[in-house]
Design a protein around this ligand. Structure first.
Ligand code: DAH
Length: 342
């Protein structure tokens, strides 16, 4: 009786296994026939009803059956694998006579060309390039730069904050790098700090919620406005050519006193007025000034002993001028048709 059942199981199982079409159905069969709740186990459960003489005989038959089924499973697995491999080899044949794929080489983004030029100029004058976080303490971005709580640039409508108490923000300018540098380095300091800054501005031809600035700062004994003017004049001559004329207009920034903005005479029209300078004859390049004594003192530098100057300029604006681009969006869109022209 039990012997017949085992014989039948042997016939159906082995022929089914040898016809299995894939590894998944093969595994299903292993479970069906040999699993804990499988057919062989079910038959073996009846061992208890056999006589002591029959039991070892049936046991032996059962063991043989199990190993035969396992062998069939193994055999079929190998066959299926061989078929799979043959198909794979066939589908992946390489025609070595096919022409190769063209590798398109990229190049530096035009704005970074301008940044590298500026870095080179400042490195040549002994400046250090420093880097800092874009997620910044409001304390460094505003408070320690003498920008008090009531200043409009601190509004939620202008600045991206991370916390309800507005203590952490996306930096709105690279000027917090002035504070960070003064807090971590010994005087004298000569640094520039390029990087991304963020403001809640809608995207249009001249605005973007993310843009780049370059901050610069010098702190030493006896530094004056004359140093600021001489250094920045030299920088624009290197950038725009010898004899580039500059003009310094009084301005206001909370963290410098006195403060100014620097324009260059339009390098396109020589000052007559053209589309590049929007008919003004001058192009505004940067904001600058003498570091406010309060800012120095707040960073642990004695304003009676040391003085310094600082500037901040917009990198996109500079690149747009250099490459005669009138729409800021082109700089960020990463359209290769635009980028490959530079
Ligand atoms: N941080 C200013 C801005 O975003 C630019 C600036 C002005 C930076 C004067 C300076 C400075 O270091 O001295 O408008």
């Amino acid at each position: 009786m039990m012997k017949d059942m085992m014989q039948q199981l042997r016939d159906t199982a082995i022929s089914a296994i040898l016809k299995a079409e894939n590894v998944e159905s093969l595994e299903a069969m292993r479970i069906k026939y040999l699993g804990k709740k499988g057919e062989l186990t079910a038959i073996l459960k009846q061992m208890g009803s056999l006589s002591p003489e029959e039991r070892p005989v049936m046991g032996q038959i059962a063991n043989k059956l199990r190993s035969d089924i396992e062998e069939a499973l193994d055999q079929r697995r190998k066959d299926l694998e061989a078929v799979r491999m043959a198909l794979k080899l066939e589908s992946e044949t390489v025609d070595v006579t096919m022409p190769g794929k063209d590798v398109r080489e990229g190049h530096k983004h035009p704005m970074y060309n301008v940044l590298d030029q500026i870095k080179d100029i400042f490195i040549g004058m002994g400046f250090e390039i420093v880097d800092g976080p874009e997620v910044e303490l409001s304390k460094y971005n505003f408070t320690m730069l003498n920008i008090d709580e009531s200043h409009p640039s601190r509004e939620w409508t202008d600045t991206f904050y991370f916390k309800d108490d507005s203590s952490i923000c996306l930096r709105t300018q690279t000027s917090p790098m002035q504070v960070r540098t003064m807090l971590t380095r010994d005087v004298p300091i000569r640094m520039i700090a390029p990087g991304r800054v963020y403001r809640k501005d809608e995207v249009d031809a001249t605005h973007s919620p993310m843009f780049h600035q370059i901050e610069g700062m010098v702190i030493d004994k006896g530094i004056t406005m004359a140093d600021l003017k001489a250094t920045l004049n030299l920088v624009v001559e290197k950038l725009y050519g010898e004899g580039t004329v500059t003009r310094f207009r009084p301005h206001h920034f909370p963290f410098t006193e006195p403060s100014c903005e620097m324009d260059i005479r339009c390098h396109k029209c020589g000052g007559k007025g053209c589309p590049t300078c929007k008919g003004e004859g001058w192009i505004e390049i940067l904001g600058a000034g003498m570091v406010h004594p309060k800012v120095l003192a707040g960073c642990g530098i004695d304003p009676d002993v040391y003085s310094g100057w600082a500037f901040g300029m917009g990198l996109e604006r500079l690149a747009m001028g250099e490459y005669k681009i009138t729409d800021l969006r082109l700089i960020f869109e990463n359209d290769v048709r635009f980028l490959e022209q530079f």
